[in-house]
Design a binder for this molecule. Sequence first.
Ligand SMILES: Nc1ncnc2c1ncn2[C@@H]1O[C@H](COP(=O)(O)OP(=O)(O)OP(=O)(O)O)[C@@H](O)[C@H]1O
Ligand SMILES: [Mg+2]
Length: 489
Amino acid sequence: MSPALSLRRVDRRFGTVQALLGVDLDFEPGQVHAVLGENGAGKSTAIRILAGLDQPDSGSVELAGSPVRLRTRDSAVRRGIGLIPQTGSLLGELTLIENLALTQPRQLIRRRHVGETLEAAAASSGLTIDVDTPVRRLGRAQQQLGELAIMVAQGARILLLDEPTSVLDADEIHGLHRQLRVFADTGITVVLITHRLHEVRAVADAATVLSHGTVAWTGRVADVDDVTLARSMVGDLPESAPPPRQPIIDDADPALVLDRVWAATDDLAPVRDVTVRVRPGEVVAVVGTAGSGQRTLAEVAAGVVTPERGARRVTGRASYIPERRSDALLSGLPVKWSAVLPRLKDGRFTRFGMVREDAVDEFARDLLGRFDVRPPNPDLPAGALSGGNAQKLVMGRELDTAPAVAVVHAPTQGLDLLAAQRIRDLILTTAAAGAAVLLISADHEEARALADRVLVLRDGRIVGEHTAADYDHAVHRLVDVPLHEDGPA
Ligand SMILES: Nc1ncnc2c1ncn2[C@@H]1O[C@H](COP(=O)(O)OP(=O)(O)OP(=O)(O)O)[C@@H](O)[C@H]1O
Ligand SMILES: [Mg+2]
């Protein structure tokens, strides 16, 4: 039997960057195939080509053994290939039904018909989704399941997922995995890009590691150990070298205070009566499932959203790394403008009221080099950076300014093993230099590894506080925490 989908000798070059070189890849029907590799390795480029969003310079795509030309996303969809991109593709203002209707403009759309198609597709693959709520009000996990249901409703037999789990918590990841298995068991081909080895073990039948645009390893997951996979991704992992930390002074004045804060926005889950204090040098983590108000809490702590009641107090300058890095980048402009953004008012970047582009250039080149943003080209549009490299840029830019307070949301999402380790070290270095760090994360392991204290957020409230040491046990009881449904006093 031929593979469901293949790349044959595919080359793709962007300017000076060889994103893919002679790549051969086969995806078998009824299997989950993980694609791994360091940031910038070419993973997204490969599946964008498979989904008709990009064309190879040479080589071809084969569908069930026959070459096909996929000139547009539509032509891929018509052949049963669906892609969930790294940043999601649904329109937030619309419901899932409306999003599906949008993809079928040439037919005379009857809303009821579209709704029935979508619900039937969801039911056939065991999905429970809410088809009538604007997408922006659904949690991340629900949005993704919705995208999958839309693709199945469009007749997809091949599903391409670009890092779907980087923003999900452990339970949601488990749910998605279960769903992917159901798809595979009905004969659908699933291609899953991820940076997490334990995820490969949990769900994938086969795996491929891309490295600098070529296939470094491919085979059955059962035949390979984690060390081999990790090595072929990023080479040998150096020991983590977190800086020595000063003991936190118990009665030091906090640099960041949220005092009985209530806040809500149209789009985001509210926070209710939240109190958080972070002292200089301290890392406080806030964990909780999606939809529990983490983004609102981050935006309040960063000063982006004003609380309805309660107060925010910050001593010194605050940096903010938002969950959606696109919010922090000027995507259409050369990378250097995103690199210099928080410092544009520095005297050295202006003269006679004009921006000194040469100084910006030099600064950006240095920053990209120090934080290993690849390619280190200040003139590349920021939107052309791979997901992980965009994340490195935002983290580096924000933490490089020696902030008094750093609000860091999902800092290692989308980072490869090595880059994630560097960013964790950078967070600890920032704290060691005296910053008060508020870390908002869905990743319990990361919270435990970095934080002095861990707060548990649920339905907008802090329902638990733990030291890093006792958090381990606490996390298993997360689901049993009692809730009180009282409103503002
Ligand atoms: N449109 C583009 N213009 C210029 N360079 C690009 C473009 N798209 C991708 N690249 C470059 O091609 C290389 C591969 O990028 P790709 O997005 O495929 O990496 P990736 O493996 O998905 O990485 P990540 O894990 O960070 O998402 C990177 O160096 C990237 O900067
Ligand atoms: Mg990518």
